[in-house]
Design a protein. Structure first.
Length: 72
């Protein structure tokens, strides 16, 4: 198994030290796995897409516009 060293803000580290009942390396490993599954799924979906970046931008702007209308 490979090793990875993480830096976290001191305040976060203090809070984590207050909960020694957790294995923080396991929690980090699970978070990495979850994020990688999300990225790999997005990559798989995008690999089949015929949309180009311009199409995606246009669709994104439409979605944001509709969201703003809904909440204003």
């Amino acid at each position: 198994m490979g090793n990875l060293t993480l830096s976290v803000p001191e305040e976060l580290h203090k809070r984590m030290r207050g909960h020694t009942e957790f294995k923080w390396s396991d929690i980090a490993r699970q978070a990495f796995e979850k994020k990688l599954r999300e990225i790999e799924l997005a990559d798989k979906l995008l690999s089949r897409s015929e949309l180009n970046e311009e199409d995606a931008e246009r669709i994104g702007h439409k979605i944001k516009s509709k969201i703003r209308e809904r909440f204003n």
